[in-house]
Design a protein. Sequence first.
Length: 166
Amino acid sequence: MKKLIFLLAVMFSFSCNNADVTIEKVDTEQLAADLISASNDYQQAYITQDWDTASKWISSDLGTTIYNSNGSILVAQDEQQVTNTTRGWNFGTFEMSNHQVFMSSDMNTAVITFDADGLINFEEGEQNVGYATRASQTWVNDNGEWKVMHSHWSPRVNSQGIPQQD
């Protein structure tokens, strides 16, 4: 009987010691706000061809890819693609809105959806051409830092995305 009481006492002691372990709760609203801010920062860096800023949101191990809103093939977003100055057009304005954040159950993957509206100016042609798309970005927690892994853009109904590159 003494052995049983001793065993129960040891088990109780372990359960009390383990009760001191706290599980860190994630503030999902703050995390969503931080991810939306990162998404905006990344996109503005891309729009302004600022590789130094864009690259801080790209994992050197994972990289990032994009399906552009013109239906072109999958593209790796690297320094050459982001800083491309010979595309023949630029954004006069670009605004993102209607962000929604969807988290995986382990809180290490997020999909952000949003709309983007703006005006495109062609170097040799029309100016202020309307642009309206919807987009999604997949973000991953890479060793404690959030990185964009993939983006997918498509024109909204009766709208157009970026022009097709030759």
